[in-house]
Design a protein around this ligand. Sequence first.
Ligand code: PAF
Length: 289
Amino acid sequence: MIIAHTIEEARAAITDARSKNKTISFVPTMGALHDGHLSLLEIAKQEADFPVMSIFVNKIQFNDRNDFDRYPRNYEADCSLIEKNGCALVFLPDDASMYHDPKTFVTTESLDEYLCGAKRPGHFKGVCTVVTKLFNIIQPDIAIFGQKDIQQCAIISKMIDDLNIPVRMIIAPIKRDVNGLALSSRNALLSSDEKTRALSISRSMKGAENLLFNGERSTSIIADHMRSIIESAGRPDAIDYISIVDFSTLHPIDTINAKCIIAVAVVFGTTRLIDNMIIDFKEGIFACR
Ligand code: PAF
């Protein structure tokens, strides 16, 4: 595996791969890699000849300095893990090579008004900006993102479309541990009690699914039911949101009768966890994923 620390090194490796007619897939990450990221790498390997990952804790997408400082960093372990799992190139830039007093940013409108965007002003501007920069550096044919960050997926997909970025995006399903907790780099920050209480998030999703199966379509009834499941596991420190939003606008809906997303953000201790489920609802039949 090639480890590129600079943009020039990454570009040289990409030029070499292209000269051998290799197709390029790309998984951008902020490191602290886990099985969820490895499942994205698996897709990257299936979809192209030259799978690339980046590891970069992107300062400009954090609106809380403390969150940025304590974000888990484990570059050596990350590199050996992805090398073992068949990554061809990892791009590991530092702050100074990515940002020199930037004045240009990429932002999407209206898709960040609810869910995580509502409480994290500027977060998706930071994400879109870094993803655009990474696309320009790696120039992948295919990019893979995890469904767990569903708002990020929707915003990047719209950005790719609006800006005619020549990348095919794949949204990979959420990877969960045996107990149902969605895998996240932040899980490493949970105490064992918080981890147990956090299982109420996926239980609440199951609860929502059961209500849907039994014909319930009111989003307020479904959200209240989910809230009671999460609260009955011992009060979380904050339920940031339990929202049911339209799939394409990401704005809240009252009734489930078209493709939508049930999304949750809950704080346990000082760690904020997110999870979601996509509901595809067609002609009276729905599927959850
Ligand atoms: O999902 C993430 O880890 C980050 O938001 C991303 C896409 C790597 C951009 O920094």
